[in-house]
Design a protein around this ligand. Structure first.
Ligand SMILES: *Cc1c(COP(=O)(O)O)cnc(C)c1O
Length: 217
């Protein structure tokens, strides 16, 4: 994983207004503690069952902010609302409605990114632009939702130009909707995402190294 110097080099490359989310899924809680000692506060996890024990081990670090980035199953919504401050992966109206209802019950107001896909892809979740527009008045009327931005993940087969095209479409669409944040860019394409106006880049392997498939926290 990155040492203090390497971490500073990455941070110094980020323009003002670009936030770094350290995606710690598949990594031990001690790696999170180490990165937090360099000043990193935002961490991303993709599975509730993995995040809960890590958060217990790190509960002395009260200033950390937790972001859920994985695909969110209905039966995990309550747990995710309780444990996470941000959700990057809200990919349907029914899921958003459930988050709103349970957030009211839990008296929480999570920060929400809506996941967008710019071409139909049965393997990937996400709103299509036209569906989001159709549901927009409903979406903005939902209670206990702090809608802050859009999130997108380009299909893996794309080249650099095609990825940038999608990232720039995402930025334009967020602007059109009046949303400030764009969560886009991972270890292999974060510079492209920044060129197109990302405000949150989500880095896993670049910060932590290769992921463990099985970890015992
Ligand atoms: C795992 C993951 C990342 C980090 O991926 P890297 O390629 O390791 O940087 C970012 N975003 C999401 C949604 C992820 O699931």
């Amino acid at each position: 994983m990155t040492d203090a110097n390497e971490f500073k080099i990455i941070k110094d490359l980020l323009p003002l207004g670009v936030n770094l989310l350290a995606v710690s899924k598949g990594h031990h809680h001690e790696s999170i503690r180490k990165l937090s000692s360099y000043g990193q506060l935002d961490f991303g996890e993709s599975r509730l069952q993995e995040a809960i024990p890590k958060k217990i081990d790190l509960n002395d670090l009260t200033q950390l902010r937790w972001h859920f980035v994985g695909s969110l199953q209905k039966n995990k919504v309550r747990g995710v609302i309780k444990e996470f401050d941000f959700i990057h992966s809200v990919d349907s109206l029914s899921l958003l409605e459930r988050i709103s209802r349970i957030s009211q019950e839990e008296q929480k107001t999570p920060n929400i990114f809506l996941q967008i896909k710019f071409r139909d892809d049965p393997n990937k979740g996400g709103f299509l632009q036209q569906d989001l527009l159709k549901s927009w008045s409903k979406i903005i009327s939902l209670k206990n939702i702090n809608l802050i931005g859009l999130m997108t993940i380009p299909p893996i087969a794309l080249n650099s130009y095609q990825r940038k095209d999608l990232f720039c479409k995402c930025r334009k669409f967020a602007n059109h909707l009046g949303l400030k944040e764009c969560s886009m860019g991972m270890s292999n394409d974060w510079q492209e995402a920044i060129e197109c106006g990302a405000t949150w880049i989500r880095l896993g392997s670049l910060l932590f190294g290769k992921r463990q498939s099985q970890i015992n926290c």
